[in-house]
Structure formats: C-alpha cells, structure tokens
Design a protein around this ligand. Structure first.
Ligand SMILES: C[S@@+](CC[C@H](N)C(=O)[O-])C[C@H]1O[C@@H](n2cnc3c(N)ncnc32)[C@H](O)[C@@H]1O
Length: 216
C-alpha cells in the first residue's frame, strides 16, 4: 500500500493521513514495530520517550505498557484519537499531541524534553523537515539518550510493499549522516519481512538507526 503523496511544501497532508486512518482497523496494526521491540531493552524503566509521527499509537502505547513515560505527536487527529483509545483499552496513559513535527517541536512546551529516547518509525519527511527535526531533537536528548528509528530506503520503491514513492522522502546512509551530525550513529541497511497491519505487508528495504548524542 503506497503512502499518500506529498508535494513540497506539504499541503493537505494531515487530511490525507486522516482519511487513511478513518479505516475502522488499525492501518499499521496493533503490535509494535519489530526493530523497536528488539532494541527497547536498552531503555531503563520509566524512561521519558518521545514518539514522533506515532500514527495510531501502536509503538507509543506498547512503550507505555513497558513502563515508560510516553509523549507522542502526529499530524493526524484521527490517528491520535485512535492512539488515545488504544492506550485506554490497554489501561496505560500517553501524552498524545496533534501537530506538525517541526512546528510542535519548536513551539510546544511539552516538546522540550529532556528525553531519554526518541523513537520515529516509518516517518518519511522532506529533506528540509528531516534536518530540522534532527536539529531540534538532538540537544533535547540526555547525554546517553537513545535515538531509534527505522525507515524505508529508495530500494523499497521496487518492492511495492508500502512506503512513499517520492524518492526524496526515503533514507540512505548518507542522508541520515547528513541529517544527524550531532549524533553518533549505528546504521544498518537490510531487507526484512514486515507485517504491520494492512499498511506494510511483505519484504521491505529498510534502514535501521540507533544513535547517541556526541559527547560535548
Ligand atoms: C507510515 S505512518 C507510521 C506511523 C507510526 N509511526 C507507526 O509506525 O505505526 C507515518 C506517520 O507520520 C505522520 N507524519 C507525517 N508527516 C508528519 C509531520 N510533518 N508531522 C507529524 N506527523 C507526521 C503521519 O501522520 C503518519 O501517522
């Protein structure tokens, strides 16, 4: 399933995601992302975790179930409403916000951190916004804080199993290194089977990133 197309500057993006999330089921499923689960043991209990582009909340809610204090943000009010519902069904709480990442990170007091971890799963932004998000987030991570994200690479476009078709939104090692100069990064490119709701189904070409702020 291809994600909504996004011309730059982004117009109607929230409406496109709202329309997608209006589906009665959870588009990316109820279970957390595999890369997140594989690495979440690195987080100390009660970590302050910021989930960027958390969609319908499968990752933020799962992190809250693990005992972490989760703040999340997504452009789609429909997605965020589903995330809040999922949290209440699972009897956990998340501080879920609706907004554009860059604007919210710049302006909202709830976005200022500090954060023990920042998580971003399959959030594909235009290059300028990507760099802005990185610049805003990096100084708000605690010294040994964790950056964790997974995204599709340009090779994903041939696989047809999800993700955007606009090449500029997809991530390469060079793009990640360019975006996050303040972080020490562990970057892995791999093809893996992804089964996340109806949104991601089948073999995916992904980049998986773990990072820590560079020592000052
Ligand atoms: C592929 S979905 C992934 C959702 C969630 N991270 C997950 O793994 O289930 C991408 C999400 O990024 C959000 N998004 C895209 N651009 C955004 C922006 N500029 N600000 C906030 N959220 C954004 C969309 O609303 C959507 O929920």
């Amino acid at each position: 399933m291809n994600e909504p197309q996004r011309p730059a500057p982004v117009a109607g993006e929230a409406e496109r995601w709202d329309a997608r999330y209006a589906h009665p089921k959870f588009v990316y499923g109820y279970r957390p992302n595999d890369f997140l689960v594989d690495n979440a043991l690195m987080l100390r209990r009660c970590s302050r975790v910021l989930c960027l582009g958390d969609g319908e909340g499968r990752n933020g809610v799962w992190l809250a179930e693990q005992g972490h204090r989760v703040t999340s943000i997504d452009l789609s009010s429909v997605g965020v409403a589903k995330a809040r519902l999922l949290a209440s069904e699972r009897r956990v709480s998340i501080d879920a916000h609706v907004g554009d990442l860059v604007e919210w990170l710049r302006l909202d007091p709830a976005a200022q951190g500090p954060w023990d971890a920042v998580v971003m799963i399959f959030v594909h932004l235009p290059p300028e916004e990507r760099r802005q998000v990185a610049d805003l987030v990096t100084p708000r991570l605690v010294p040994r804080g964790l950056l964790l994200f997974e995204a599709f690479t340009p090779a994903q476009r041939q696989l047809g199993t999800g993700g955007p078709s606009d090449e500029r939104l997809l991530l390469t090692r060079d793009r990640v290194l360019h975006d996050w100069p303040g972080m020490q990064l562990d970057i892995r490119l791999t093809d893996r089977r992804i089964f996340e709701g109806m949104g991601h189904q089948g073999l995916g070409s992904v980049i998986q990133v773990l990072g820590q702020p560079r020592a000052a």
